[in-house]
Design a protein around this ligand. Structure first.
Ligand code: PGA
Length: 255
């Protein structure tokens, strides 16, 4: 089926990457991208410590920069936090919010994610808002209830189809090598789009909905060809530039 949105491939490096290796890996990725025709938007989200260096290296590379989190405040007495404006200052276009690892380890629920998204949009950052069910919720047929709660409550009123990407990331598929069937991915993406259409009037059109969780170069093109999938959010496989480039290529062909 022909897709009418530009596919987006997002690299989430999580808490990985030291300066020298990361710059070398980016140089490799940049060369691979420059030597080929890439038909998708590419967003790289390294840890905060690398943003300064990426801000210098990324212009002209065809890759956009994103943060992995931001605080809801504009500035002030929040020790250890990073604001949306600071990400913009580092030339970021995007920020990932509501990732299940933040929901789980930092106790950031949908309300906190929503507040961060408001502050991100005020700073003119685009948001990648993550939703997804745990294994327990899946086993108990709760995925639709959980995903609906996360979509409705995490996405703020200032969101629209141009400033927001929704990422469906089943928690049980993250870093496990397990992925849902293509039927399941299609069903959940369609469900998310349905919620947006029926319950989020701030969207005049449907936003891009991407899939994340154990993406590799072997499964990328099949997932990208699945109805309702507009892109991929890639964790572990994005750390290896050759593997990440294969995912970009597979996705460009499939789109
Ligand atoms: P993974 O992580 O690709 O390593 O499963 C995806 C994510 O958490 O964004």
């Amino acid at each position: 089926m022909q897709k009418n949105k530009t596919p987006v491939i997002i690299a989430n490096w999580k808490m990985n990457g030291l300066l020298l290796d990361s710059m070398q890996n980016f140089k490799t990725l940049r060369q691979l991208i420059n030597n080929s025709l890439v038909g998708c938007e590419i967003i790289l989200c390294p840890p905060f410590t690398l943003l300064r260096d990426f801000a210098e290296k990324i212009p002209g590379s065809g890759v956009k920069l994103g943060g992995q989190n931001c605080h809801h405040g504009e500035n002030g007495a929040y020790t250890g936090e990073i604001s949306a404006k600071m990400l913009v200052d580092m030339t970021c276009d995007y920020v990932i919010l509501g990732h299940s690892e933040r929901r789980m380890w930092n106790n950031e629920g949908s309300e906190a994610t929503n507040k961060k998204a408001v502050s991100a949009h005020a700073a003119k950052l685009k948001t990648i808002i993550c939703v997804g069910e745990t294994q327990y919720e899946r086993d108990n047929n709760l995925e639709e209830v959980v995903i609906r709660e996360q979509v409705i409550n995490s996405i703020p009123k200032c969101s629209n189809e141009n400033n927001t990407i929704i990422a469906y990331e089943p928690v049980w598929a993250i870093g496990t090598g397990k992925i849902p069937s293509m039927e399941e991915i299609k069903r959940i993406h369609t469900y998310i789009i349905d919620i947006v259409k029926k319950e989020l009037p701030q969207f005049k059109e449907t936003p891009r909905v991407v899939y994340g969780g154990s993406i590799t170069s072997d499964n990328a093109s099949t997932i990208m060809r699945t109805e309702g999938v507009d892109g991929l959010l890639v964790g572990k496989a994005s750390l290896d530039p050759a593997e990440f480039f294969k995912i970009i290529q597979a996705s460009s062909v499939a789109a």
